[in-house]
Design a protein around this ligand. Structure first.
Ligand code: SF4
Length: 194
């Protein structure tokens, strides 16, 4: 449960120099989240990679550049006047899993409390879950992205769309998935900003 009058600075302060799960051991910098805290749209990824761990910011590596292109490009094509700094971006776990492995259930559960508090504090109009780890953390489902995407879900009463993680889309053979991700993004951007 989130405390009353919760806020992003308060959550960050409470996380502190966190050692609540084993992921802290390999961490260079904790990656809390970035963007507009008053946003109407939050993107949730899996966890920091090497670039994010070094800089302390989410989605700054190759996958991050693709996410920026996807947000800025889709918004501009659709006539929606927003860019990446207008949304908020964070991850299920705040510290980099070793060898970029997926976060384990105990890590997701321990760190997930902070993600839930971030979402409760921001209260966006919609959430976009990037990849199956984010979908699992927010929807408690074991279904893959292919099954979950293309329709609306809800997290705590907030409409939620699931789409592919940008690092999956970077693989050359995922042309069809790329097209589907643009469709998902269009859907959520129009819902939030029309
Ligand atoms: S991943 Fe989350 S719970 Fe684990 S050490 Fe980092 S901040 Fe703490």
């Amino acid at each position: 449960m989130a405390p009353e009058n919760d806020s992003l600075p308060r959550i960050l302060e409470e996380i502190g120099d966190c050692t609540r799960c084993k992921l802290h051991k390999g961490r260079t910098k904790l990656v809390f989240g970035s963007g507009n805290p008053q946003t109407k749209l939050v993107f949730v990824g899996e966890g920091p990679g090497a670039d994010e761990d070094a800089q302390g910011l989410p989605f700054v590596g190759r996958a991050g550049q693709l996410l920026t292109q996807m947000i800025d490009g889709t918004a501009s094509k659709e006539g929606i006047p927003i860019q990446r700094p207008d949304v908020y971006i964070c991850n299920v776990v705040k510290c980099r899993p070793p060898e970029n492995r997926a976060p384990e259930p105990d890590e997701m559960q321990t760190c997930g409390q902070f993600l839930f508090r971030q979402l409760m504090a921001i209260q966006p109009r919609a959430i976009c879950a990037l990849g199956s780890t984010a979908a699992k953390a927010l929807l408690g489902t074991k279904e893959g992205v292919t099954k979950l995407r293309g329709k609306w879900h809800k997290w705590n009463g907030i409409p939620l769309i699931v789409t592919y993680h940008p690092s999956y889309l970077l693989r050359a053979y995922n042309v069809a998935a790329k097209r589907e991700a643009w469709e998902d993004l269009k859907k959520v951007l129009h819902y939030v900003y029309d």
